[in-house]
Design a protein around this ligand. Structure first.
Ligand SMILES: *Cc1c(COP(=O)(O)O)cnc(C)c1O
Length: 465
């Protein structure tokens, strides 16, 4: 057998946008045909191009197109998709071993990841952490832990929530199509309360009229009706992700903290998308000064390797009997090394500053569109988790057609954008935190140009003066 070496690409990936072919190009189209012949039709696709290399703020496809990455693989590759520290640590671990199963024999990287999370998640109390592989697994295990600790069955979730695709977590997710459609019956112990969406109040009130107090009163009513003493956990995203990058009305998270304390309910902060530096603080709940009893990390935790974590109060985390938590791949050693590399990247604070300067640049380019173009009804978000909502300006009737058209036009010009929201009418931006300024401005310029053109073509009367 010949000795294998890790092949490193000869030249760094140019950090510039380049459209070499129609999008998707001929090779991607051919590979996509093959995919259709072999892959379940149950997987959707945002942009059917096949990626050859990715690094920094660029994805390069098999036709030589280079896309500006405003997706980060859905908020995962915050440190870049080929981060040097991640590659080095994972490569070194690959040479030692790939797996033992932490429940069979131990390795120290698992402990060190737990230790770092205990030290860095919100909450000035004694903590323990449990590692898993996916976000949905972290959510499910948080519910298991809360049930074991409280002896109660029920789970409270919120309008516009997204918590995953497994059987329990899809029941916790709000949107039916595509996440829950045809997949029932669902667990019956999941109850949904109104959220505090400033643009679209759950009570049907006028935009901007939502105040946290009204939303919290509705949550209390909901609990009273069902019996607060039957609730093990309430699970909330500090900024809702798939639901539309909704920043709750100020005071809502703090109010939930108070309600949870009053009734002995475990507050679970699902920071899977908003956490790990995405919003300019390590965890998004820090903006509200609220700490969950349990905090969930996943997506950006391990630089693209599958790893998730539940971190929280020791008395909760240790309420589970030995053997009650785990999983064959839970806290895989390659993923743990990748997470330790990500933590090193965070240590000097540059990534958090990057997230805040991404917000400043995006705000400068995109926020004026709200005044200028009627159908752009809101620019929102924090740090590098930003969104534009498209709707008719007078009625707020959602315009998913425009969001789709804008996204498609961006793709054709070499900028990868994603949509989200209950109505699919929100364009969301999740650039890697390492994207350089020039690339960021180029991508935002394409986006704003496309928005102007699309809005003008769709409804000349709405595009302003
Ligand atoms: C993505 C996501 C999940 C689910 O994570 P998976 O790794 O896809 O299972 C859960 N909660 C939130 C807030 C998410 O954004």
């Amino acid at each position: 057998m010949t000795e294998m070496t890790i092949e490193t690409p000869a030249a760094p990936l140019p950090q510039s946008r380049h459209v070499a072919t129609a999008v998707p190009g001929p090779r991607s189209r051919m590979l996509h045909q093959e995919r259709v012949a072999h892959v379940s039709a149950g997987f959707g696709i945002t942009l059917p191009v096949f990626i050859d290399r990715a690094d920094g703020g660029i994805l390069q496809d098999v036709d030589g197109n280079r896309f500006i990455d405003f997706a980060s693989g859905i908020a995962v590759t915050s440190v870049g998709a080929a981060n040097l520290r991640v590659r080095q640590r994972v490569a070194a671990q690959l040479d030692r071993f790939t797996h033992t199963c932490f429940m069979v024999t131990e390795y120290d990287s698992f402990t060190q990841v737990c230790r770092w999370l205990n030290e860095h998640t919100p909450g000035d109390f004694d903590k323990r952490t449990a590692l898993f592989s996916t976000g949905a697994e972290a959510v499910e295990n948080a519910v298991k832990i809360a049930r074991a600790a409280t002896g109660r069955p029920n789970v409270l979730v919120f309008d516009e929530a997204y918590h995953g695709r497994s059987l329990l977590t899809m029941a916790m997710t709000a949107k039916v199509n595509p996440y829950r459609l045809n997949f029932g019956p669902l667990p019956v112990e999941v109850f949904r309360a109104p959220s505090a969406n400033p643009l679209r109040p759950s009570d049907g009130g006028a935009p901007g009229t939502v105040d946290a107090a009204a939303a919290l009163a509705a949550v209390e009513d909901m609990l009273t009706e069902r019996g607060p003493e039957t609730f093990a956990a309430m699970v909330i995203e500090p900024i809702q992700g798939e639901g539309g990058f909704i920043v709750p009305a100020p005071g809502f998270l703090a109010g939930l903290r108070t309600i949870a304390d009053r009734h002995g309910i475990v507050l679970v902060m699902d920071e899977i998308q908003a956490g790990m530096g995405r919003t300019g603080t390590l965890y998004a709940s820090e903006y509200e000064g609220v700490a969950g009893d349990l905090t969930l990390s996943a997506k950006a935790l391990a630089g693209g390797l599958p790893l998730s974590a539940v971190t929280g109060r020791t008395e909760l985390m240790n309420a589970v009997h030995a053997g009650g938590l785990g999983g064959t791949y839970a806290g895989n050693p390659l993923a743990c090394e990748a997470a330790l590399a990500v933590f090193e990247e965070f240590e000097d604070g540059t990534l958090l500053a990057n997230a805040r300067s991404i917000e400043a640049v995006a705000r400068e380019v995109l926020e004026p569109l709200v005044a200028e173009i009627g159908v752009v009804v809101q620019f929102r978000g924090r740090g590098a988790m930003l969104a534009l909502e498209l709707a008719d300006p007078d009625t707020l009737k959602p315009r998913p057609d425009l969001a789709q058209a804008i996204s498609a036009a961006c793709h054709a010009e070499g900028v990868l954008t994603l949509t989200c929201g209950t109505y699919g009418n929100v364009i969301r931006l999740l650039p890697p935190l390492v994207i350089n300024d020039e690339l960021l401005r180029d991508g935002l310029g394409v986006l704003s140009g496309v928005i102007r053109k699309t809005a003008a073509a769709a409804a000349p009367a709405l595009s302003g003066s």
